[in-house]
Design a protein around this ligand. Structure first.
Ligand code: ATP
Length: 348
């Protein structure tokens, strides 16, 4: 059984009029890459700042390895934080920036040199030790900021949208890099982002938040394949979300058709949300379809085509490596296990 390294217990936190968290609980395991994912303002940064000790909860407890650290100042916690703004010292070179915290702690200069060089190796910037921040690219500055946080050998690294300022290509590169570093170091990473693709790529576990409430937590594949509610389905990946009725176990009606599905445990005739991923909507000849519609548009998206299909006024978005012409009648086939049925209310 993995150890819960950090536990947030019944945390409440408000800023003036804004209540961000109310009786919030979260467990974080040792050495996991945990991502807090949600739209702007949902409370991700507040949670990270509470863990880091930069904010105090109004009530509740934060435990580290079973010890109450709620009142402990940030520098005494075995955590380090990397922010979106690199906040490097402009007058110091790379080596001095990375070694700053160790110098403040009075560590022996030789030891500092060894540890700084080890960190520059880890972030692939060994040859850059004498450069000043203004001689580095955005991606290199962020690597230095990460090296500076890791040189203190924290047990937990807190990362607040650290890739937010980078362009897309660099961002993707850094996603791999961060994942590699976390594996190599074997420490806990708590990562904040509003970018679902980033979360799916890097995390061992994702916690999806909305208005300070956990909507779902789990491994990326489960979050993507089995969204717990409409919010998660809408926020993660592209989705078709349709109104349906669960007629009985394993039978759902939408678009005037009864489908076999794998869901059960709903009330008879319960109104439900039906989620279909575009890649799971198979387009076939009209006579072979469970539903029949008309292609409204077809767009080339690089790897696949995206088609919008009108089925009795409901628009289905489908993805396929085959293209279908606008105006063409098509059939739609839906496999039972690719139909996701969910209750209408948000379920944590
Ligand atoms: P983003 O992705 O935009 O950074 P977030 O999910 O990290 O958003 P938080 O920064 O945690 O959200 O903010 C949650 C709510 O608390 C927001 O409504 C924000 O305006 C408010 N808030 C955060 N910090 C403060 C503060 N110091 N004073 C007042 N309100 C604050």
């Amino acid at each position: 059984m993995p150890l819960n390294q950090i536990q947030l217990r019944q945390i409440s936190k408000s800023f003036e009029e804004t209540e961000v968290l109310e009786h919030f609980d979260l467990d974080i395991e040792e050495d996991e890459f945990l991502t807090l994912l949600g739209p702007s303002g949902c409370g991700k940064t507040t949670i990270l700042r509470l863990i880091g000790g930069f904010e105090e909860p109004d009530s509740g407890q934060i435990l580290f390895e079973g010890r109450d650290v709620t009142a402990m100042p940030p520098h005494e916690r075995p955590f380090n934080t990397v922010f979106q703004q690199y906040s490097l010292f402009p007058h110091m070179n790379v080596e001095e920036n990375v070694g700053f915290g160790l110098r403040m702690r009075g560590i022996d200069p030789k030891e500092i040199q060894t540890r700084v060089m080890r960190m520059l190796d880890l972030v692939n910037l060994r040859g850059f030790n004498k450069r000043r921040p203004d001689q580095l690219s955005g991606g290199q500055k962020q690597r230095i900021a990460i090296a500076r946080a890791l040189v203190n050998e924290p047990e937990v690294l807190l990362l607040d949208e650290p890739l937010g300022a980078l362009d897309l290509k660099l961002r993707k590169e850094m996603q791999w890099e961060l994942k590699r570093m976390q594996r190599e170091l074997g420490i806990t990473f708590i990562f904040v982002t509003h970018d679902q693709e980033e979360a799916l790529t890097m995390s061992d576990r994702i916690v999806v938040l909305n208005h300070g409430i956990i909507q779902q937590q789990g491994v990326p594949k489960d979050i993507y394949d089995e969204p717990a509610n409409r919010f998660v389905a809408d926020f993660i990946g592209d989705s078709n979300i349709l109104d349906g009725v669960m007629l009985e176990d394993y039978k759902v009606r939408f678009s005037h058709h009864d489908f076999v599905c794998v869901d059960h445990g709903f009330a008879p005739n319960e109104p439900v949300d039906v989620v279909l991923r575009p890649e799971d909507i198979e387009l076939v000849a009209p006579e072979k379809g469970m539903l029949v519609g008309k292609v409204m548009s077809c767009m080339f998206r690089g790897v696949h085509y995206a088609m919008e299909v009108d089925v009795d006024g409901a628009i289905y978005t489908s993805q396929s490596t085959r293209s279908f012409d606008a105006g063409q009648p098509v059939g739609i086939v839906l496999e039972p296990d690719l139909i996701h049925v969910m209750h209408k209310e948000a379920r944590p």
